[in-house]
Design a protein around this ligand. Sequence first.
Ligand code: 5GP
Length: 126
Amino acid sequence: MPIDATKPYDPNNVFARILRGEMPFSKVYEDEHALAFHDVNPQAPVHILVIPKGAYVSWDDFSARASVEELAGFVRAVGHVSRDMGLVPRGYRVLANIGRLAGQEVGHLHVHIFGGEPLGPMLARQ
Ligand code: 5GP
């Protein structure tokens, strides 16, 4: 069930629990500002999620409230993970869903990194 991105942050969301060490996850990268791990239900050969360590519901919330250090640290982490996974030469996709129309399921900002095969059209239309 997609979340309403205008609602307050729910500290019991699954990625908050991962950050608190309450849930298992497959770590790819961690630094002061961000944590990256494999998506539990991968949609491509490479499907990594990168999340900020701060409590932000979505890209909208993060871009409005995060400090310059948090913003820079998160963007750098997404780039670092993509390079470290060897995705740059063949190309890859970065995606963030925000709220209901985009189908955001988890109310803690996450960026998807997809790669490893041709990724098809940007949007799937029925
Ligand atoms: P959204 O639709 O919110 O943009 O994406 C949420 C993503 O989180 C989905 O791709 C889903 O597979 C992933 N996900 C949901 N729960 C877990 C979990 O407990 N662990 C991991 N690693 N990924 C999860």
